[in-house]
Design a protein around this ligand. Structure first.
Ligand code: NAD
Length: 549
């Protein structure tokens, strides 16, 4: 037995590769893209370590070439959902009792495999299945995924090391048990890293998981399951059940052993989950922990002292990278009239340089939106802007879904600051801009604060420090991640803990110790070395305090 006290020191962030033409990483990635484009994968459910095929199947296609089938997946039915819960419960005791050092070794091996042997595989599957360009895949499907695992190992060390004070006559300790029950991890399509962390963060603390992945990110998510197995993740710790969210949710959320829900996705889904937990409270053994990171309507507030080159770049990157399908995407900007003409010219120039198309052409900055439902929803918002006098589409505005779900980077000039595209999450390559009079900076801050129900990310661009300070105070609750002179996207694990409040979620900061605290159920143990043998207080030791026997 090894009695050493382990401590994982603060890691470095995984370096981001550049994928310039001719580099080894570019050659490996192009080969892997070619290989994955030439095969059709069968994706089973994985329950208790076993592959399960239901015969009720669906297709995984490339969003940028939707006739190209990448995989056929099996959908869970009610029976398989119950099997997954049983498998998670069966694995619970052994996994919870395994030394955390061994558990962490498994997760660290996952990070090592993803960043070396399977770097090209994870990037290519994320690129093809979720329509991301090489850079967008690299920063998250490899780097952020590994960062989540490595930083969590460090934070877990710190949490476990935090022990209470003991007096001379006793010994106190806190045992950081996992939750009593299983965790239901429900992931969105847009980040492979988030899908991984929703399961692996609670698992690293000894929890077992029923994982409902998104149907439109199944290829990368399935490969991740295979990497977990190679890394030595025991059977039943993470059970992978693709299928209908509402059917799976309905069964899982009624289960008496539900210990917690780790969710990232839209508000509507999170509200449904939260309500279902409320409706089932009397069924549960414990109050389930509910952690949800949801939507955003992320703002860029520009002061008249800002640099328009910086603002133009931040808006193009913040709004159009990954087709605006980031919860943190810049989707509303407030520009002072004095800067607008200059900024508009720079935006037009930058947007004119953007190429859009298939992810296998590395020149394309913008690719396709995830599916037809998303395409129709986003185009619906653009149509609203075309058909009103309250707004005007000034750049882009066209979409074509014949081959892939392509929508041009679009900028809407809103004359009404409450026009629908300034308020609602669109989750597509659409930026709405409102021009304010320079002298109305204060009033506009209030507008930014009160326009949308979300509070995820936001930026202030200004050279004048007083303006930055004023914005930071006025927008204190308007964003959980607030940026000075930077785009509101691109949070890095260990550097900018991520999450927002109001309708953007429970703000439990994925990738930080704050999130990990939600997946433990601490038990305090006190040992008294010489227990007292007389119940009376010392001042009762006088003769008169004695009752005659
Ligand atoms: P979504 O809500 O449509 O789906 C998320 C997951 O929930 C999917 O796996 C889906 O199948 C499942 N689901 C649907 N109904 C369910 C139910 N009744 N019970 C249980 N599960 C159910 O979201 P999406 O389109 O995949 O992702 C986009 C959304 O996610 C956007 O709103 C975006 O802002 C948000 N998001 C937020 C963050 C963040 O950190 N705040 C990060 C990424 C994405």
């Amino acid at each position: 037995m090894n009695n050493a006290q382990f401590y994982y020191t603060r890691p470095q962030n995984e370096p981001v590769y550049e994928y310039r033409r001719g580099t080894p990483e570019r050659i490996a990635l192009e080969e892997e893209l070619k290989r994955q484009s030439g095969i059709e994968v069968e994706i089973p459910l994985i329950i208790g370590g076993k592959e399960v095929r239901t015969g009720n199947t669906g297709k995984v296609v490339m969003p940028h070439d939707h006739n190209h089938v990448l995989a056929t997946y099996h959908k869970a039915g009610e029976k398989e959902v119950r099997m997954a819960i049983d498998a998670a419960m069966k694995a619970h005791l052994q996994w919870a009792e395994m030394s955390w050092v061994e558990r962490t070794s498994i997760t660290l091996k996952v990070a090592a495999l993803v960043t070396t042997k399977y770097r090209a595989l994870m990037n290519a599957s994320t690129m093809l299945g979720q329509s991301k360009n090489a850079y967008q895949a690299e920063i998250e499907a490899v780097c952020e995924l590994a960062d989540f695992i490595r930083f969590n190992a460090h934070y877990i060390s710190e949490i476990y090391n935090d022990q209470p004070h003991s007096e001379i006559g006793n010994l106190n300790r806190v045992e950081y048990r996992p939750l009593e029950g299983f965790v239901f991890a429900v992931s969105p399509f847009n980040f492979t890293a988030i899908a991984s962390n929703l399961s692996l963060a609670p698992a690293a603390l000894g929890n077992t998981i029923v994982w409902k992945p998104s149907t439109t990110s199944l290829l990368s998510n399935y490969y991740l399951m295979q990497i977990l197995r190679e890394a030595g993740m025991p059977d039943g710790v993470i059970n992978f059940i693709p299928g209908s969210g509402s059917m799976i949710g309905d069964i899982v959320l009624k289960d008496k052993d539900l210990g917690g829900v780790h969710f990232t996705g839209s508000n509507g889904t999170f509200n449904t989950i939260w309500k279902a937990v409320g409706d089932n409270l009397s069924n549960y053994k414990s109050y389930p922990r509910i952690v949800g990171e949801t939507g955003g309507k992320d703002f860029v507030m520009v002061h008249p002292s800002a640099n328009t080159d910086e603002v133009a770049t931040a808006l193009v990157r913040g709004a159009f990278e990954y087709q605006g399908q980031k919860c943190s995407a810049a989707s509303r900007a407030y520009i002072p009239r004095s800067l607008w003409e200059e900024l508009k010219g720079k935006l037009e120039h930058n947007i004119g340089l953007i190429k859009q198309g298939d992810v296998r052409d590395f020149c394309n900055f913008v690719n396709a939106v995830i599916d037809e439902k998303a395409f129709d929803r986003i185009m619906g918002y653009i149509e609203k802007a075309k058909n009103t006098t309250d707004a005007e589409v000034i750049f882009g505005g066209n979409g074509d879904k014949a081959i892939g779900y392509f929508i041009e980077p679009t900028v809407i000039l809103a004359k009404d600051p409450h026009f629908v595209t300034m308020e609602e999450e669109i989750f597509g390559p659409v930026l709405s801009v409102y021009i304010y009079e320079d002298e109305d900076f204060d009033k506009t801050l209030e507008l930014v604060n009160s326009t949308s129900p979300y509070a995820l990310t936001g930026s202030i661009f200004a050279r004048e420090r007083h303006a930055t300070i004023q914005a930071c105070q006025a927008l204190r609750y308007a964003a959980g991640n607030f940026y000075f002179n930077d785009k509101p996207t691109g949070a890095v694990v260990g550097q900018q803990p991520f999450g927002g409040s109001r309708m953007s979620g429970t703000n439990d900061k994925a990738g930080s110790y704050l999130n990990l605290l939600r997946w433990i159920n601490p038990r305090t143990v006190k040992e008294t070395f010489t227990p007292p043998t007389d119940f009376r207080y010392p001042f009762m030791y006088e003769e008169k305090c004695y009752r005659p026997d």
